[in-house]
Design a protein. Structure first.
Length: 295
């Protein structure tokens, strides 16, 4: 084996993986070492900086438990989560774009009837959400499953405030009708900070970044024979649309939430007048045999 040298450090280390039986593991480790060594050489990393990096990663791991995943947060604020997500769900503009799942889909959404109000705590601006699920040729997807969850008017998910919010507040699993249409009542979500009391929060502070995500409703939409999409519906007048702490915003997912002042319509849909409204159509791609295998 070649002895270690500054000039050929990456080649020496990647050479040690020559007998890795799994070709993908070999490819991943080889590229990782090449990029790590190039990084260390480019910045001429000091021993103090190396020690600080090890300490940071140690504290990141120590912050993780059953309900807190600081490493995912780190991946999020470095844009790696969104990059992996985007590469793995390329739509070529032919279906609704995806975005990060986020950490708050930790409980199953309760099945709800069309039109149900998922805002169980009675706080916030009432909002009517309507939409239609279709396939790539515009075919309506009857019976599509529409799973939604969102933060409340204070910017918290139910699981973050188990003693404050009703159980399963602002969550629902809806089934689209024969025309692929769905509708439900809720409130306009609020922007909120990602958990920032750990090492990732300190990273944001020390780089002059804020921890906020713009207001959004989470969606997972699924229909047999089609590729499910995990995405967000963003509120177009929310702060931080152009500076999402986790880089989750895509232009195609932003919608206006106009105010409707129409007592007759309000009575018809069972909301106080006036109310906000938003329409969000979701288009799915047909699944390939590979997708079905993966599922
Ligand atoms: Fe969220």
């Amino acid at each position: 084996m070649e002895l270690f040298s500054e000039e050929r450090s990456a080649e020496v280390v990647t050479g040690s993986f020559a007998h890795t039986p799994d070709p993908r593991l070999k490819q991943l480790l080889t590229a990782l070492v090449q990029h790590l060594h190039a990084f260390v050489k480019e910045v001429e990393l000091t021993e103090e900086e190396w020690g600080a990096a090890v300490d940071f990663l140690t504290r990141t791991g120590q912050k993780c438990d059953d309900v807190r995943q600081e490493f995912v947060l780190l991946s999020d604020v470095l844009g790696v989560s969104m990059l992996v997500e985007t590469i793995n769900h390329r739509t070529r503009g032919t279906s609704t774009e995806s975005t990060v799942l986020g950490p708050f889909h930790m409980v199953e959404s309760p099945p709800r009837e069309p039109g149900d109000n998922i805002a169980l705590d009675g706080k916030g601006e009432p909002c009517l959400v309507t939409g239609q699920v279709s396939g790539p040729d515009g075919e309506p997807l009857a019976g599509a499953q529409v799973d939604v969850w969102q933060a409340n008017a204070d910017g918290f998910y139910d699981v973050q405030q188990p003693d404050v919010q009703p159980e399963r507040n602002l969550r629902g699993l809806f089934t689209a009708d024969d025309d692929g249409r769905f509708w439900f009542r809720t409130i306009v979500p609020r922007y909120y900070p990602i958990p920032d009391d750990g090492p990732v929060g300190r990273l944001l502070t020390s780089t002059g970044r804020h921890p906020y995500r713009p207001a959004h409703v989470h969606f997972i939409v699924d229909a047999p024979g089609y590729r499910p999409v995990t995405t967000h519906l963003f509120v177009d007048d929310s702060p931080h649309l152009d500076s999402d702490a986790v880089f989750g915003v895509k232009e195609s997912l932003i919608r206006p939430f106009p105010l409707v002042d129409d007592p007759a319509r309000a009575a018809e849909v069972g909301l106080p007048n006036p109310f906000r409204t938003v329409h969000f159509d979701v288009a799915l791609l047909r699944s390939s045999a590979d997708d079905e295998d993966a599922r």
